[in-house]
Each structure stands twice: as structure tokens, then as C-alpha cells.
Ligand binder design. Structure first.
Ligand code: PMP
Length: 286
């Protein structure tokens, strides 16, 4: 089946969808995005993603391409047209193009570009990777200072994943001024003596939608949470660790820089949080 994608008001076969070569997303990474997961053919945490998209757009003085209701309708229509039971919906809004390359933003009446496509991922929830747990390396965080805005400037995170792959690992955690910021595409946590430790929200990290949900659920389950800066050495000495993201939910971490955590298998708290998160998310999916 040819994938149907959405581009600026039209639903088209993926091979026919086009964006200008002058689009600022392409030339300047002047674009923001969201990734929403799909389980049982329904959208997980749609509201959170829509609210964060709005915030990213406002922070960059970028016009909103459409209303939240229209966005929901486009998401649902793509999921239906492509028969997605488990997978992802990728959405990108760029500042568009006024037909040339210029560092200066185009005039305010230039329409933003809106592109959405689905990714079919059968087995996303019941993932063998999550059952095994992730091995991570730590690398320096050299990204720009507004990581709270979900821009498409993903070159360094891509390079981080490649460094991890080269080292025989699955992902990388980023270190700035001696403290872990987050993973290349996820928020980072460790657990010691039953307490969950994670970095507090600031412009240094993306305000994960999954992070918000998982911390709420952990609190409801009477788990102890501490939001503070932490070092990679603390994480290496932890009983367990994990990451959260919309595309991998709660992912146990079993090894950091070659050091096995606990017995080197996914820890009980990470496993429990994954279960609770999936269960709750399915109930609330739209
Ligand atoms: N941090 C970074 C750098 C990310 O790219 C992501 C995922 N896009 C996250 C955290 C997790 O955010 P969310 O739970 O909203 O997917």
C-alpha cells in the first residue's frame, strides 16, 4: 500500500508530495515538529503534543498553520487512510518560503508549511528492544541553548546515535557542565534505593510529553521522585535507569559507558512504569 501523506492542505501519495527547495525548514532548520504515537489505531497524548507545538511556534514567532481541531482531524485521517494500528504520526511546521534564500524571516503573511506522515510500527508496545533494555554511552552536549523548543535541528542527536552505534550501543546521554541533560531523543532518569532522579525542566532539555505523564503516574503509584541535576557517575552507580519518549514510551537502560546497572537486565521500576504508562495511555487515547 502506498503511504498517503499530508502536505499543505492535501492528502497525497508520498511520491507526489512536494515542498519548495526554498522552504526555510530545508535551508535553515527553521521548523518545529512533533511525534505522536498510535496504539490500537488511536493517538496517545495528542493534547500534550498539540499544546507543546503551539508553545514551540510561539517561542519562534511562527504562525500556527491550523487549529488544534483541524490538526486532530488530519492525524486521525492519516492513521485511517494508512491503516495504522501501532506506529507514529510525524508532524512538521516550517516558516515556509517566500521563494528565495534570506537569513531575515519572510513577511508575516508568508504561510507556514505543514507536513504530516505516518510510520507503521507493528509491535511498538510489545517491543523486543524494551524487553532487552538499552545500552548507552555518554557524550558531550554541544546543542544550542533552546532545547525546550522542539526544532528539527537534529544533526547532533543523529551524530550521537551514530557514535552509540559505532560503540555497539543503542543510544547516548548528553553531558553539559558535568551533568546529564537528556538522551539524544528522550528524557533520562536513574533509580537508586527506590527513588527516581531526573533533571528538572528548563531551557536545557525538551519538556517531554511522556516525561510529564510518567512522573504523574509514578507519583500516583507512591514512587519517590527527585528532580535535580545528576552526573553520569551517579547514574552508573544506580540500581536501574530508563528513558522516556513518545516513540519508545519507557525504555529501560541496562548499561552506561560499559557499566552494567543492577544485574544488567531491565529494572523493576522501569518495567512497572512502562506497563502503567501503556495501560493508562491506551485508556485515554483519542
Ligand atoms: N528529549 C529530546 C531531545 C527528544 O528529542 C525527545 C523526543 N522527541 C524527548 C526528550 C522526549 O519527548 P516526548 O516524550 O515528548 O517524546
Amino acid at each position: 500500500m502506498t503511504r498517503t501523506v499530508y502536505v499543505n492542505g492535501e492528502y497525497l501519495p508520498e511520491g507526489e508530495a512536494k515542498v519548495s527547495i526554498f522552504d526555510r525548514g530545508f535551508l535553515f532548520a527553521d521548523a518545529v515538529y512533533e511525534v505522536t504515537s498510535v496504539l490500537d489505531g488511536k493517538l496517545i497524548d495528542f493534547e500534550g503534543h498539540a499544546v507543546r507545538l503551539d508553545r514551540s511556534l510561539k517561542e519562534l514567532d511562527m504562525a500556527s498553520p491550523c487549529s488544534k481541531e483541524e490538526l486532530l482531524e488530519i492525524h486521525r485521517k492519516l492513521v485511517e487512510l494508512n491503516g495504522i494500528e501501532e506506529g507514529l504520526v510525524y508532524l512538521q511546521v516550517s516558516r515556509g518560503s517566500d521563494g528565495d534564500r534570506d537569513f531575515v524571516f519572510p513577511s508575516e503573511d508568508t504561510p507556514p508549511s505543514l507536513v504530516l506522515f505516518t510510520q507503521n510500527k507493528p509491535g511498538l508496545a510489545d517491543s523486543p528492544a524494551a524487553a532487552k533494555g538499552a545500552k548507552i554511552i555518554s557524550i558531550e552536549d554541544i546543542r544550542w541553548g533552546r532545547r525546550d523548543i522542539k526544532t528539527v535541528q537534529l544533526l547532533y542527536p543523529s551524530m550521537g546515535k551514530m557514535m552509540a552505534k559505532k560503540a555497539g550501543c543503542d543510544d547516548a546521554w548528553l553531558i553539559e557542565d558535568g551533568y546529564v541533560t537528556e538522551g539524544t531523543s528522550n528524557n533520562a532518569y536513574y533509580v537508586k534505593n527506590g527513588k527516581i532522579v531526573t533533571r528538572p525542566l528548563s531551557n536545557d532539555i525538551l519538556h517531554g510529553i511522556t516525561r510529564a505523564a510518567v512522573l504523574r503516574l509514578a507519583e500516583e503509584a507512591q514512587m519517590e521522585i527527585e528532580e535535580r541535576l545528576f552526573t553520569i557517575d551517579e547514574a552508573k552507580a544506580a540500581d536501574e535507569a530508563f528513558t522516556t519518549s513518545a516513540s519508545a514510551f519507557v525504555m529501560p537502560v541496562v548499561e552506561i559507558d560499559g557499566v552494567a546497572l543492577g544485574d544488567g537486565t531491565p529494572g523493576p521500576i522501569a518495567k512497572r512504569l512502562r506497563e502503567i504508562y501503556l495501560e493508562e495511555s491506551r485508556k485515554k487515547a483519542v
